[in-house]
Design a protein around this ligand. Structure first.
Ligand code: FAD
Length: 337
C-alpha cells in the first residue's frame, strides 16, 4: 500500500473532470485499510472513497486523501435448490460481475447490466434500471467502520434503501468503506421484461430461449445506443433524480401538460425529470464544453474540457428554469464534491 501525492483524477471520474487529489491510495486488503486509517495523513486530512467515479462531479481539486478500494474476488457463500448467495468484493467492476452471474444462470442482476459502477458503490445509491434495484437482490454487506476499524455486517433492512438512496448516502456518509456485498440470486428463471424496449431488442436479437444473459445483452445494447459512452463523452448518467409528487399535484400538472411523462409508484407519482428539462428547452444545449445530452436531457455532459464548476453552473440554471416553468425542485443524483 502506497500513499501517492498530487494525483490526477481525470481518468478516474466518468465526467472526465481534470482535477487532482492531494493524496491518493489504493487499498487491496483490510490490513491496508487499517494501516491507512492509522496514518497521520488519514488523521490530518478529509477523505473521499472512490469507486469507478461514475456518480461524482468534482468541482475543484480534492485537498485531502482519496481512498480507492480495490478488494477483488467473487465467492459462492451458500446455496439451496432455488437460490444462490454470491459474495463480491467491492473493487469488482459491476458490469463484469453482472455478466459473470448471467453466464452461470444466476438470475436477478440482468436488468442492472452495463451500469458503470464498482460492486462497492452499488448499494450507496441503490442503483436501479429497467424495474430492478439493488435492494431487490442484496442480502447483506460487510463494511469497514473507519472510526472503530472493525468490519460490521448490514442486512438489507439496515441499509434503509429508497429511490437512489441508502443510509450510506446520508447518516453514514464517509464513515464506512463497503468491503463486500452478498447478493441473493435465483437459480430459477423469473425475469422482469416489462419494458417494451427490452422486448423489442430481444426480438431483434432473435432470442430463442429467454435467459438472464440474453436480457443483459439486450439491455447492454439499449444502454449503448441511448447513453453517452464515458470514454467518448464525459457524464455521470442521470444528473438529477426524478421528482415524486402527490396524485393531486400530478393531476393539476396533467391538466396543463397532457403529454407529461410520469409513472405511478407506491408513494406518489414519479415525474420524468428528463421530460421536465426537455420541455424547459435544454435538450442538446451546449455552452463551451458543458452541455445537455442531445438524446437524453437528464444527462449532463462534458464534451472535453469543461470544469466541474461549469457543469454545476449549468445544473443550477436547469434547476432554476424547471422551477420557474413547473414549480418543481430538481435535486441532483450525482455526488458534488
Ligand atoms: C453512463 C452512465 C449511466 C448510468 N446509469 C445508471 C443507472 O442506470 N442507474 C443508476 O442507479 N445509476 C447509474 N449511473 C450512476 C452510477 O453508475 C452509479 O451511481 C454507480 O453506483 C457509481 O459507482 P462508482 O463505483 O462509480 O461510485 P463513485 O462514483 O466512485 O462513488 C459514488 C459514491 O459512493 C461512494 N463509494 C464508492 N465506493 C465506495 C465503497 N466501497 N464504500 C463506501 N463508499 C463508496 C463514494 O464516496 C461516493 O459517495 C450511471 C452513470 C453513468 C456514467
Amino acid at each position: 500500500m502506497r500513499i501517492k501525492e498530487s494525483i490526477s483524477l481525470k481518468k478516474l471520474n466518468t465526467f472526465g473532470i481534470d482535477v487532482k487529489a492531494r493524496y491518493f491510495c489504493e487499498v487491496e486488503t483490510i490490513e491496508d485499510l487499517q494501516t491507512l486509517v492509522s496514518s497521520e495523513i488519514f488523521h490530518n486530512n478529509s477523505h473521499l472513497i472512490l469507486g469507478e467515479g461514475a456518480n461524482i462531479l468534482f468541482t475543484k481539486n480534492f485537498d485531502g486523501l482519496v481512498i480507492k478500494p480495490v478488494f477483488k474476488g467473487i465467492e459462492v457463500v451458500r446455496e439451496t435448490d432455488d437460490e444462490i448467495f454470491i459474495k463480491a468484493y467491492s473493487g469488482e467492476v459491476w458490469p463484469n460481475f453482472v455478466m459473470y452471474c448471467c453466464e452461470k444462470n444466476w438470475n436477478g442482476l440482468e436488468n442492472l447490466a452495463y451500469i458503470p459502477s464498482s460492486v462497492g458503490a452499488s448499494p450507496i445509491q441503490n442503483i436501479g434500471a429497467y424495474g430492478v434495484e439493488i435492494k431487490d437482490v442484496l442480502d447483506s454487506l460487510e463494511a469497514f467502520n473507519l472510526e472503530t476499524q472493525t468490519i460490521e455486517i448490514f442486512q438489507n433492512s439496515d441499509c434503509k434503501f429508497d429511490y437512489r438512496e441508502s443510509v450510506f448516502k446520508h447518516e453514514y456518509k464517509g464513515k464506512y468503506v463497503i468491503f463486500s456485498v452478498i447478493f441473493r440470486l435465483s437459480k430459477i428463471p423469473k425475469f422482469n421484461t416489462d419494458y417494451a424496449t427490452v422486448n423489442d431488442e430481444l426480438k431483434r436479437l432473435i432470442v430463442s430461449e429467454l435467459s438472464s444473459k440474453a436480457i443483459a445483452t439486450a439491455i447492454t445494447n439499449i444502454r449503448k445506443s441511448k447513453l453517452p459512452d464515458p470514454s467518448q463523452i464525459g457524464s455521470a448518467g442521470s444528473f438529477f433524480k426524478n421528482p415524486t409528487v402527490s396524485d393531486e399535484v400530478f393531476q393539476s400538472l396533467k391538466m396543463q401538460y397532457p403529454n407529461i411523462v410520469a409513472y405511478p409508484t407506491a408513494f406518489g407519482v414519479k415525474l420524468a425529470a428528463g421530460w421536465l428539462i426537455e420541455q424547459s428547452g435544454w435538450k442538446g444545449f451546449r455552452e463551451g464544453d458543458a452541455g445537455v445530452h442531445a438524446q437524453q436531457a437528464l444527462v449532463l455532459v462534458n464534451y472535453g474540457n469543461a470544469t466541474g464548476g461549469e457543469i454545476l453552473n449549468l445544473a443550477q440554471r436547469i434547476i432554476d428554469s424547471v422551477k420557474s416553468k413547473f414549480d418543481m425542485e430538481l435535486t441532483p443524483e450525482v455526488n458534488i464534491i
